[in-house]
Design a protein around this ligand. Structure first.
Ligand SMILES: *Cc1c(COP(=O)(O)O)cnc(C)c1O
Length: 788
């Protein structure tokens, strides 16, 4: 396109990579801007049912390359830049990666937004525009140090501030119901702390379909009354704080009033703007359930339920019963965890003080629930499941009671919800429970992240897989095509070279690209068991030291993981991995047979670099603890073989690709629950009965690994004195056996790549497009483009 070229030539020469990125961003905006306007107009004219996906986190990754791909401009732009002597990848890398999420939850929300746009669903994201994203991780002396992520410092080319769509959100004060002359009650407020919620909209570009949807992120500002009322600096800061930082806590709820303020802030602003938009086009609220679906991604946005009740009753004069039926028909909820400590609750006193009107409504939901259900299910069950109990507001229970659908994110997880975490509520509402296995946006994780592979797939099976992920299974026809298998190895090597160059630059470690790239990338959490992986590395190290002359398959262990700043144990494991890496990487006797690279600041962009280079996908959580996982799917789609426990979606991956193409091991969820029931897990027995394991564990405290006097002891004690909460030692033997099988199998690259091929071919099942189509059909009841 000549136009693009002229534009480059005038605006792109002589500027920084960042300046060039901004110029290209504006160019992309020119193209998708008209789609955006047309899409909104079309939804309005056709009065299409809208889906609003509420999530306290979105982790979209960089948008330039993705938008250009989806607009069909990527190749043209890249070629045009090349003619001008500019490198697209360098420019693209200058874009800040918005870290508005911690991990899987936020990334899932982003994948689903991408799929909604690509399936032509009227999908809207609703979240918080954090001034600072998740901290930037650096290592100092092997310890994690957190630096602020000032991602908006240079502005944001993708967003549009829409001040005219701002809403007031009310906190605190007193509220009472005043009888009106017509017999109704009116909510009266005094002394409230009001804040202004200002939306910033980002266009989400669909793949080759001229659709651009909206991600709306809310930012807090002083209310208009600030023009005439005095606000002290402390008051201003208190308001600013609401959208200042993302809570860097991955799964524990931290019980901070500020977090509750954040949750109500974006829930209230989102629902207000939905109802305002709906009200412009419809008479009364009757049609609400036919025109609007609100999805609650984990419990953080659960207050959309009482907030919608409030608006329907207080502002649109619906009766309780009418409002309640409408609310349930609109709302649906996804649960993401079975970890008990991650189920959000708020102390009633705090909740009541901060949100008095919302509290009244929750109390009324609670009262009516008890009244209706006690005669049927008995007082004990109702006490256990009511929204209010033990002095707490129980968000997950409120979400189930106020929705028409509640889903888990993998078959095992949904079964565990029904049998364990939400067992009592399942008795009351069995028809509401369903499973929707997570999915990933193949566009980002294969088409963008692994262009060499994507191009090879095009050449072999045509391009239809780019829109119809199930077409990937036609690859199976090439399982015995040696040339194709060799090409897979070649591409993997090329991707390893790119990663190795990055590791050299950032960590000064030399990686052999013919080594096994054994990858574990995810949040650092005890249940994810990075520690089990560490024990294997120690085992491999000792084996090399014992037999320096023996032939071993060279290996590179790659980690990417942030720990919540307050999660002491996780940070000790980071220190352990870095200390071990230091020891191994500098031992001349080990040489290039074994390397450990802990790449700092894992996030979406680093994932895009690491995943295409992986041979092994470590998915080794304690069975029953990982709800689904999604990095397992990304790695599979890039031809990595899973080394996996039977947990979350690993089970479904193994089934889809075939057990012979993965390395499964370890306790089943049932076996873990068996230990809980009998109370007969004794970690120390494994230590005493397995001399190799004993030797490996002893290196934590005997000085073998320098620099971990405190951390080594702490971790050693967690396993042996405190009985190994996550069954690391129980799974050690089967895990290390599979690792040894991997070491042997990797040498036969033909067989290895046959397995990689089987994984790529089966990965279409885990496309977010298919997952979103299932949400659309079963839960939201909205039309979408055909996908299979
Ligand atoms: C996919 C993804 C995750 C989720 O990884 P799991 O292994 O499923 O926990 C976390 N962080 C980022 C940046 C991701 O892209």
């Amino acid at each position: 396109m000549a136009e693009i070229k002229t534009l480059y030539a005038t605006t792109l020469s002589d500027t920084s990579a960042y300046g060039q990125f901004v110029a290209l961003g504006h160019l992309a905006r020119r193209y998708d801007g008209s789609h955006w306007t047309k899409t909104s107009k079309k939804y309005r004219e056709q009065d299409q049912k809208q889906v609003y996906y509420f999530s306290i986190e979105f982790l979209p990754g960089r948008l330039l390359k993705s938008n250009l791909l989806n607009l069909g401009l990527l190749d043209t732009v890249r070629a045009g830049l090349k003619e001008l002597g500019l490198d697209f990848e360098t420019i693209s890398a200058a874009e800040p990666d918005p870290g508005l999420g911690n991990g899987g939850l936020g990334r899932l929300a982003a994948c689903y937004m991408d799929s909604m746009a690509s399936l032509g669903i009227a999908g809207n994201g609703n979240g918080i525009r954090y001034r600072y994203g998740l901290f930037k991780q650096v290592f100092m002396d092997g310890y994690q140090v957190e630096l602020p992520d000032d991602w908006l410092r240079n502005g944001n080319v993708w967003e549009i501030r829409r001040e005219n769509k701002s809403c007031l959100v009310r906190f605190g004060g007193n509220v009472w119901m005043q009888p009106q002359p017509d017999g109704t009650l009116k909510a009266m407020y005094e002394n409230t702390d009001d804040v202004l919620a200002v939306p910033y909209d980002t266009g989400l570009v669909g793949y080759h379909n001229d659709v651009t949807n909206t991600l709306r992120l809310w930012s807090v500002e002083l209310p208009p009354s600030a023009d005439t009322t005095y606000y002290s600096q402390a008051q201003r800061d208190r308001i600013d704080d609401i959208t200042k930082v993302l809570y860097p806590d991955d799964s524990n709820s931290e019980g901070q009033a500020l977090r509750l303020r954040q949750e109500y802030f974006f829930s209230s602003a989102g629902v207000q703007s939905i109802i305002r938009h709906y009200g412009l086009r419809h008479q009364g609220m009757k049609e609400l359930g036919k025109k609007i679906a609100i999805h609650i991604n984990d419990t953080h946005p659960t207050l959309v339920i009482p907030e919608l009740m409030r608006i329907l009753m207080d502002e649109h004069h619906c009766t309780w019963d009418v409002a309640w039926e409408l609310t349930k028909s609109v709302m649906s909820y996804t649960n993401h965890t079975i970890l008990q400590e991650a189920l959000e609750t708020w102390p009633i006193d705090m909740f009541k003080g901060l949100l008095p009107r919302i509290y009244q409504i929750v109390a009324e939901i609670d009262r009516r629930y008890r009244l209706a259900k006690t005669p049927v299910y008995g007082e004990a069950l109702v006490n256990r499941t009511a929204p209010l109990g033990d002095g707490q507001v129980r968000m997950a229970y409120l979400a189930v009671i106020g929705s028409h659908s509640v889903n888990g994110v993998a078959p095992l997880h949904t079964e565990l919800l029904k049998d364990d975490v939400l067992r009592d509520l399942y008795q009351v509402y069995p028809e509401r429970f369903n499973n929707k296995t997570n999915g990933i946006a193949t566009r980002r994780w294969v088409q963008l992240a692994n262009e060499p592979l994507a191009n090879l797939l095009d050449a072999k099976i045509g391009q239809s897989w780019r829109q119809q992920p199930s077409q990937l299974k036609t690859l199976l026809a090439y399982q015995d095509d040696p040339k194709f298998l060799a090409q897979l190895t070649q591409i993997k090597t090329q991707n390893k070279q790119a990663l190795a160059a990055y590791v050299k630059k950032t960590l000064d470690i030399d990686l052999r690209t013919d080594a096994i790239f054994d990858v574990q990338i995810k949040r650092l959490h005890a249940y994810k068991r990075q520690l089990l992986h560490v024990l294997e590395i120690i085992r491999e190290y000792l084996a090399i030291k014992d037999h320096p002359q023996a032939q071993v398959t060279p290996r590179v262990h790659i980690f990417g993981a942030k720990a919540a700043p307050s999660y002491h144990y996780a940070k000790s494991i980071i220190k352990l991995i870095n200390a071990l890496a230091d020891l191994i990487n500098h031992d001349p006797e080990v040489g290039d047979q074994l390397k450990v690279a802990f790449i700092p600041n894992y996030g979406v962009s680093l994932g895009e670099l690491i995943i295409p280079a992986a041979d092994i996908s470590e998915q080794i959580s304690t069975a029953s603890k990982e709800a689904s996982g999604t990095s397992n799917m990304k790695l599979m789609a890039n031809g990595a073989l899973s080394l996996a426990t039977l947990d979350g979606a690993n089970i479904d991956i193994i089934q889809a690709a075939g057990n012979e193409n993965e390395y499964a091991f370890g306790l089943t969820a049932k076996a873990v629950y068996g230990y809980y029931e009998r109370g007969d897990y004794h970690a120390v027995d494994f230590y005493n009965s397995n001399p190799e394991l004993k030797r490996v564990l002893d290196t934590l405290i005997d000085g073998t690994i320098p620099g971990i006097t405190t951390e080594g002891r702490e971790i050693y004690d967690s396993l042996l004195r405190y009985n190994d909460e996550f069954f690391v030692l129980a799974d050690y033997e089967s895990y290390t056996q599979q690792q040894q099988a991997i070491g042997a199998d990797f040498n036969d690259q033909t067989t290895w790549q046959q397995k990689a091929l089987a994984n790529i071919a089966a990965s279409g099942v885990f496309s977010a497009d298919l997952a979103v189509a299932r949400y659309s059909d079963d839960i939201w009841q909205v039309p979408h483009a055909q996908v299979n």
